[in-house]
Structure formats: C-alpha cells, structure tokens
Design a protein around this ligand. Structure first.
Ligand SMILES: Nc1nc2c(ncn2[C@@H]2O[C@H](COP(=O)(O)OP(=O)(O)O)[C@@H](O)[C@H]2O)c(=O)[nH]1
Ligand SMILES: [Mg+2]
Length: 295
C-alpha cells in the first residue's frame, strides 16, 4: 500500500541531462536523449513505486529564450510542470560554469515555491564536483545539493533514498505497474525523432516533427507502425532521405531496434517524409502535434 507520494519537477537549461537522469532513476528509457538542445519538447512523467512510496518525476523541456511559437510553448510547458509539485530539482551541468539560462532555471524554481534541490549532474566529467558546485549554490536558496552522474549512476542511490524519505503522506496517483503517463504513440514519435536528432546536423533537427499514423498488432505478433516525419523545407527532406534513401533507412533501422526494446515485440516501421512549411510558427499545427494545452 502506498502511504507516501509526491511530484518532483526536473528543471534546467537544455542539455544538462534531465532526461538521462529520469531514465537512470526509472531504470528504463522513457525519455529520449541527445546532445542537441530541445530534445525534450513535452513534459513527461516517470513514475517510480518503491516500498510504500510513489515518486513521480516530471521531465521538462529546457528553459531557454523563446524565439518561435514552439519555443514559447516549450517554456510554458516547463513553467506549468513546476506548478503544484512537492519539490523541484534544478539540474545543472557541473562540468561548466553557470550561464544565463541556469539563472532562468533557478528563477523558475524559485517562482514555483516548493523546496529546491540542486542537482550537479555530469560530475563524472570533473575531478572535484563539490568545489565546482559552489558557483551554482549562489543561484537560489537550495535546501540540498547533490553531485550526481546520470551517465555512470554516481550519487543517484543517495539522491533517490533522500527523495523518497521526503515525500509527503498521500495515496498513489497511478497504478503500481505504470512507469509513465506518456501515450505509446508519443513514445514512438519521440523514438524516431531521437534517431533523427542523432543522425542529422545543423538546421534539420529543430524542424522535425513526427506523427504516428498507424499502430497495429499483426497476428504474427509484429507491431506495424507507420509514421510521417514532417520537415520545413525540401532541402531538409532531401537530407533526411539521403542518397538512395540510405539516411532514412538508417534512421528507420535504429528507431526500430529501440522500439522493439521498448515494446518487447517485433516491430515493422514504415517511415515517410513530408514537407510542411513553417510548422513551428503555426498554432494549429502545434496544437495538432500536442505542444499546446498539455498542463
Ligand atoms: N558525461 C555525462 N554526460 C551526460 C550525463 N547526463 C547526460 N549526459 C549527456 O548530455 C546530453 C544531454 O542529455 P539529455 O538528457 O538529453 O539532456 P536534457 O536536455 O537536460 O534532457 C546527452 O548527450 C547525454 O548523454 C552525465 O551524467 N555525464
Ligand atoms: Mg530532455
């Protein structure tokens, strides 16, 4: 029986490792990860049941300067995630000095009003993480600070034990076997987008949106998936397809492998590429893709 439960939002600038941390704590990949900013576009909840406790972690898009309609929605998503939580983890990259966006992250946490913990991630990259944390400690009135590495797992057990111990009394919000509230189609789209982020450079990644058109389980236990990749320009479409269709085949192949692991079944992935000019500035498209009104 669950006797303690609560929500914690992961806040911080893009690329500090929020999604990697979520996956590490859940010991399962539910959020996509890449070295590119704006990898995470929506708030994703990861649910952990441990003993009599339920910890719900809310991964958010990075806090950044809003330029486009899409950016504004991402920032709003992060702000809305910070509301009504029991705690905030301000995640920073301790291998680098604080920058302006780290201040914004701290401000967002402060405005939310719940206790803030400083999570100095990527501690594997520096010899003396505790020392490097000093500059970050100034950014807000942190209740606690942890040097962690989402990549190697250092510090995660202690952080998790402390987080569980601090949860308020309460009943479970989710069923015991639920790991995320992310719909399966969303994960499919994200898994494809992750491979595109990893395979392409420059202007392609941010212009990509993936829509799942069909997901059916065939009688031979193969999951049939058909998805369309939208880009903003013909030149981007050409890059994604590649010479002789090689790029798209590679993206399809690596996406399929990840999806087979996620769904624990054989997957047939049918990928299409289409051009939709300036979708990032079109409110109706942002709505269709689910970026708006997701509180
Ligand atoms: N060395 C190191 N790299 C990390 C760590 N955590 C995340 N990364 C890398 O940092 C990049 C951004 O990670 P991601 O989780 O997408 O960051 P997010 O934008 O904050 O969600 C990826 O290439 C990760 O592999 C860590 O603890 N150590
Ligand atoms: Mg992320």
């Amino acid at each position: 029986m669950i006797t303690h439960s609560g929500f914690i939002a992961l806040i911080g600038r893009p690329n500090v490792g929020k999604s990697t941390l979520l996956n590490a704590i859940l010991d399962r990949k539910i959020a996509i990860v890449s070295p590119k900013p704006q990898t995470t576009r929506m708030n994703i909840r990861g649910i952990l049941h441990r003993g009599g406790s339920e910890l719900i972690l809310v991964d958010t898009p990075g806090v950044n300067r809003a330029r486009r309609s899409l950016d504004r929605h991402l920032a709003r998503n992060a702000r809305s995630a910070a509301k009504a939580v029991d705690g905030l983890w301000h995640v920073v990259d301790v291998s680098r000095p604080p920058r302006e966006e780290d201040h914004w992250g701290a401000d967002l946490c402060r405005a939310a009003g719940a206790p803030i913990w400083l999570l100095a991630n990527k501690s594997d990259l520096v010899a003396t993480p505790e020392e490097r944390m000093t500059a970050y400690r100034m950014l807000a009135d942190y209740e606690r600070g942890y040097a962690v590495s989402a990549l190697t797992g250092t510090g995660i057990d202690r952080l998790l034990a402390d987080a569980l111990a601090c949860l308020p009394e309460g009943m479970a919000y989710f069923p015991e076997d639920m790991v995320t509230d992310q719909p399966e189609d969303t994960y499919v789209a994200e898994a494809v987008r992750e491979q595109i982020l990893l395979a392409t450079e420059d202007e392609v990644p941010h212009s990509v949106a993936v829509v799942v058109e069909e997901r059916t389980l065939r009688p031979n236990h193969t999951m049939y998936l058909r998805a369309t990749v939208y880009v903003e320009r013909e030149s981007q479409k050409a890059i994604l397809i590649g010479a002789g269709g090689r790029m798209l085949r590679r993206i399809g192949e690596t996406s399929r492998r990840g999806l087979e692991e996620y769904f624990q079944t054989r997957v047939y992935l049918d990928l299409w590429v289409k051009v939709r000019r300036h979708w990032r500035d079109q409110e109706d498209w942002l709505r269709r893709l689910g970026f708006t009104h997701r509180e």
